[in-house]
Design a protein. Structure first.
Length: 67
């Protein structure tokens, strides 16, 4: 008996009958999704750095105002 079987509605997916896991066999789509996730993480890190820079600038401006 085969360990995997195709999913009827999506030819890129197969189901492992032993573990019931659904496996994506479309490597191009997987790679594209991983690139998208990496870009999102990079953008999030950049935004966080900008927010930290803005907070630092605010602090410096407040210190200048006290003098």
């Amino acid at each position: 008996m085969p360990r995997t079987k195709k999913i009827k509605d999506n030819p890129d997916l197969i189901k492992d009958t032993a573990s019931q896991a659904v496996i994506n066999t479309n490597t191009t789509a997987i790679q594209a999704r991983r690139r998208q996730i990496a870009l999102t993480k990079a953008k999030d890190a950049e935004i966080l750095q900008m927010l930290n820079d803005i907070a630092e600038l605010k602090s410096l401006i407040k210190q200048l105002g006290k003098k």
